[in-house]
Design a protein around this ligand. Structure first.
Ligand code: GLN
Length: 309
């Protein structure tokens, strides 16, 4: 086998390519950010000289990135479920895996009748097939108007806002124990003009007395407190309180499951994100608490990620 085809050579070539592509993209994003322009502008003006102050600002951001700070914190935003969200070091950076939780919740919260009617009318102009689909589902939509949803530990507001945006008739309550995070979540809801989310400062259920919800969702901290990953990569820049949860990573999940029945309506759903290797434990905890219809859902990477009951 020629030397250039050795595992070592192939890996070296591939890693140069990988890091080049990623680095190129990140450098472009940082420069777009300091210039406040899009990618097309950057390409069209590729031969322009950069003003010294802009150049200095770019260098400062590059330095932060080289020190390992996540792109989302430097840029101050991250896309999640089609929403552009403000992100600060007070909030966990929303991850694509968590979109699995949003999908699970949306699957249990059908579009309300009036909203469905609107989309039906638009669609029916071009196709008669839609009408049949709509009619068969009509009674379900009528029953599911104005559902109440709770997002525990909302952070940037990602999950709550994604649900709210896609289910404008649902009333969402989003809580967080961090004032600073809640402030960001509120700013996100304002920026996105989402009006059906109410924000409450609360450590899990603490300040939600006498309220009951149809769906309770949470992406709580679930990493083992001694996990070495917490001191590596992006994680070391993120709030530890949003990541680590006791010796086995399940302290907060145990607390949420333990209290959930007080706050769930009969027939309601609890939906929790968890680590890829925690599905069985979470399902057991749910069963012990008296939840039924327990099911685990995989994320895009085919890892167990969300368990519902
Ligand atoms: N999924 C995240 C990670 O492992 C952790 C987020 C969390 O603890 N909720 O990077």
């Amino acid at each position: 086998m020629p030397a250039s085809h050795s595992i070592k050579a192939i890996l070296a070539d591939a890693s140069v390519l990988l890091s080049t592509e990623e680095a190129k993209l990140e450098a472009q994003l940082l420069l777009q950010h300091v210039l406040n322009v899009n990618r097309a502008w950057l390409i069209a003006h590729a031969n322009d000289a950069l003003q010294p102050n802009i150049h200095a600002a770019f260098e400062a951001q590059l330095k932060r990135r080289l020190a390992g700070e996540p792109m989302a914190y430097i840029l101050g935003n991250r896309e999640f479920y089609g929403l552009d969200l403000l992100v600060t070091p007070d909030t966990l950076i929303p991850r694509p895996d968590t979109e699995t939780l949003v999908e699970a919740a949306l699957a249990k919260i059908p579009l309300s009748e009036s909203t469905k009617n609107l989309s039906f009318r638009r669609k029916s102009e071009s196709s008669g097939v839609e009408q049949h689909d709509y009619e068969t589902l009509d009674s379900d939509f009528r029953r599911n108007d104005d559902l109440k949803v709770l997002d525990l530990g909302t952070g940037t507001g990602a999950i709550a806002l994604a649900i709210a945006k896609n289910r404008p008739k649902a009333s969402i309550t989003a809580v967080d124990a961090s004032d600073a995070a809640l402030e960001i979540a509120k700013q996100n809801s304002q920026q996105l003009s989402i009006i059906n989310v109410e924000f409450t400062l609360s450590n899990w259920f603490e300040n939600l007395s006498n309220q009951r919800f149809d769906v309770i969702v949470s992406n709580p901290p679930y990493i083992e407190e001694h996990d070495a990953h917490l001191t590596q990569g992006d994680l070391r820049f993120e709030p530890l309180s949003a990541l680590a949860s006791g010796m086995d990573g399940l302290d907060d999940i145990r607390q949420i499951i333990g209290d959930c029945l007080i706050y769930l309506k009969p027939q309601g759903w609890l939906m929790l994100e968890h680590g890829y290797n925690q599905a069985e434990q979470v399902a057991d905890l749910m069963a012990d608490a008296g939840l039924t219809n327990i099911e685990t859902i995989k994320d895009l990477g085919n890892n167990d990620r969300v368990t519902i009951g």
